[in-house]
Design a protein around this ligand. Structure first.
Ligand SMILES: [Zn+2]
Length: 481
C-alpha cells in the first residue's frame, strides 16, 4: 500500500508561479507531491492539520562547509584572510576523518532543524580517502538531501596521503563510481574546485575537466579577495571553455561587469553568502547584480565556523543589504525612497527555487509542484514571534527562526515533526560535535600553534605573485591540450 500524507489547510506557498499561493491541502504520495488543491479527499491518507501555518518547499543552501560545524563561532570576529590562516591552513590539517564525520552529521542535522532540506556540501577537508568517506557518511546518516561536492583543496598537512594532486582526482572518481553513481539518490555527487590561482593552471583545468568527465556539477569560490588574484581567473576559465551551466560560482563580489557578463552568458550560477561576505571583507553581496544580468541568485550559509546555519538569516541579510544600497541612492539626493522594489517573496525565491536551479535539481525540488519530491517545511506554531502571523509571508521572512520550523519532510519522510528531529539521539550528536571540537583545538594547542598566527613575513605578497604567475601561464596552455 502506498504511503499517503495529507497536509490539511495550511497557507501553501508553492514558489511555483503556476501553482501560486493560497490556503490549500498538499497530498504527499510515496515521497512525491501528489496533488495540491483546497479540500482534497484522500481517504486512506494520514491527515495532519497545519492550518495557521505556512507550508512551503524546504530551503536550498547552495554552499556550506558543513565539516566546520564543530568550530562554531571561532571566526566570528575574523576577516577572510584570518579565516584562511586559522581554519583552512590550521584547523583543516588537524581534522581526522572522525572529526569531519561529526561536522557533517551534526551540521546536516542543524540544517534540517532550520528547514534546510537540501545542502550543497562544499567539502574541502579531504585529507585522506577516509575523510571523504566520513563526510559522505555524515550527510547520509543525517537524512538530508545533499550534493556532496568533493573538494580538491590540499590542506597543508605534514605528510600528505595524497602525494600528487592527481590522486585527489582519482579519489573523487572512486566516490563517484563506488558510492554515488546515481544522480537520483538523496545524496548526489559534485566537485568543489580549489580556488583559481592557488594551483598551476594545468591543475585547475584538470580539476574542472574531472567534474565534466564524472558528469557532475562543480562549485568554486570566485572573486572574493580584493587586491589578490586568488579566486580570480574567470577570463582564464572562459578562454579554456571551462565556464558553464554546470557551475556554481560562490561570492563573486570583486568581479567587474565584464566578468559578470562572462558568467551570465555561459549560464553559470551564482551563490551569495551575505553573512560571511559582509563580515569578512569580501564586499557587497551580488544579488541585485546577478538579477541585472538575468541570472537567478541563490543563497548560502558558507562557514559554519563563523556564522549562522539557517537561511532565514541569509534571506534577511541579503534582502536588507540590497534594500539599503538602493535606499542609499535616494538618501544621497537628500530624499526618501517612496517604495521598496525587492520583496520578501523575492528572498524566498532565492532561498528555494533558485537554489534548486543552481544545483541542477529544479526538476526535482525547489517548489511545491505536483510530481516533484516532497521536500516540504511547515512554519508557524505557538511561539510569540509567530503570534499572530498577521502577514504570513512577511512574518516568515522578516521574523522567523529555526525554532518556528514545526515539520520537515525530505522526500516525503518526516525528519522533523512537532518541533523535534525524528529518530536522532541528540545527546550522542552533541557529544560527537563537542569531542571533535575539543580534540582538534587540543591538537592545535599541543603543537604550540595558534589559530591567529600572523603568517610568514611577506606571505600575502608571495601568494599574490604565485597566483599572478599561475593565471598568466593559463594563456600559454594549449586550449585543446
Ligand atoms: Zn565557501
Amino acid at each position: 500500500m502506498s504511503e499517503r500524507l495529507l497536509l490539511r489547510s495550511g497557507y501553501m506557498l508553492s514558489m511555483d508561479d503556476k501553482v501560486g499561493e493560497s490556503v490549500a491541502d498538499v497530498l504527499v504520495e510515496d515521497g512525491v507531491i501528489g496533488a495540491i488543491a483546497p479540500r482534497l479527499e484522500a481517504e486512506d491518507a494520514e491527515v495532519l492539520d497545519v492550518s495557521g501555518h505556512v507550508v512551503m518547499p524546504g530551503f536550498v543552501d547552495t554552499h556550506r562547509h558543513t565539516w566546520q560545524t564543530p568550530f562554531r563561532g571561532v571566526c566570528a570576529d575574523w576577516t577572510l584572510d584570518e579565516y584562511f590562516r586559522g581554519i583552512r591552513a590550521t584547523v583543516s590539517p588537524n581534522c581526522s576523518a572522525r572529526d569531519v564525520y561529526a561536522g557533517n552529521y551534526v551540521g546536516a542535522l542543524e540544517a534540517i532543524d532550520a528547514g534546510v532540506t537540501t545542502v550543497l556540501d562544499f567539502s574541502h577537508c579531504n585529507n585522506t580517502p577516509e575523510h571523504a568517506d566520513a563526510a559522505l557518511q555524515g550527510l547520509r546518516d543525517a537524512g538530508i538531501r545533499a550534493m556532496f561536492a568533493y573538494g580538491y583543496f590540499a590542506a597543508p598537512v605534514a605528510e600528505p596521503t595524497f602525494a600528487e594532486h592527481e590522486q585527489r582526482l582519482a579519489d573523487a572518481r572512486r566516490i563517484r563510481e563506488r558510492e554515488l553513481p546515481s544522480d537520483d539518490g538523496l545524496v548526489t555527487m559534485g566537485i568543489a574546485l580549489t580556488e583559481c590561482g592557488l594551483l598551476p593552471f594545468e591543475q585547475t583545468i584538470a580539476e574542472a575537466r574531472s567534474a565534466r568527465e564524472l558528469d557532475v556539477p562543480m562549485v568554486l569560490h570566485s572573486g572574493c579577495s580584493w587586491g589578490l588574484l586568488v579566486t580570480e581567473g574567470i577570463p582564464e576559465l572562459d578562454h579554456h571553455g571551462l565556464l558553464g551551466p554546470d557551475q556554481v560560482h560562490v561570492h563573486c563580489n570583486t568581479l567587474d561587469e565584464r566578468n559578470f557578463h562572462r558568467l551570465a552568458e555561459n549560464g553559470c550560477k551564482v551563490s551569495s553568502s551575505p553573512e560571511t561576505e559582509i563580515q569578512m571583507g569580501m564586499g557587497h553581496p551580488v544579488i541585485r547584480r546577478a538579477l541585472a544580468h538575468g541570472m537567478r541568485p541563490s543563497l548560502s550559509c558558507d562557514v559554519m565556523s563563523s556564522n549562522s546555519g539557517d537561511m532565514f538569516s541569509q534571506m534577511r541579510l541579503g534582502l536588507q543589504f540590497e534594500r539599503c544600497m538602493r535606499n542609499d541612492a535616494f538618501n544621497a539626493e537628500n530624499r526618501m525612497p517612496d517604495r521598496l522594489d525587492l520583496t520578501v517573496r523575492d528572498a524566498l525565491r532565492w532561498a528555494t527555487a533558485n537554489g534548486a536551479h543552481a544545483m541542477g535539481l529544479e526538476g526535482h525540488i525547489g517548489s511545491l509542484t505536483p510530481g516533484k519530491q516532497a521536500d516540504i517545511i511547515v512554519i508557524g506554531g505557538s511561539r510569540l514571534n509567530m503570534t499572530p502571523m498577521a502577514d504570513r509571508v512577511g512574518c516568515l521572512v522578516a521574523q522567523a527562526n529555526a525554532a518556528n520550523v514545526e515539520h520537515v519532510l525530505v522526500a516525503g519522510r518526516f525528519v522533523k515533526r512537532d518541533g523535534a528531529l525524528i529518530g536522532i539521539d541528540l545527546d550522542a550528536a552533541r557529544e560527537l560535535a563537542r569531542s571533535a571540537s575539543e580534540e582538534v583545538l587540543g591538537r592545535i594547542a599541543e603543537q604550540g600553534l595558534k589559530l591567529l598566527w600572523p603568517g610568514p613575513p611577506g606571505f600575502a605578497d608571495a601568494a599574490n605573485a604565485m597566483a599572478a604567475e599561475h593565471l598568466a601561464r593559463a594563456w600559454a596552455i594549449d586550449v585543446a591540450a
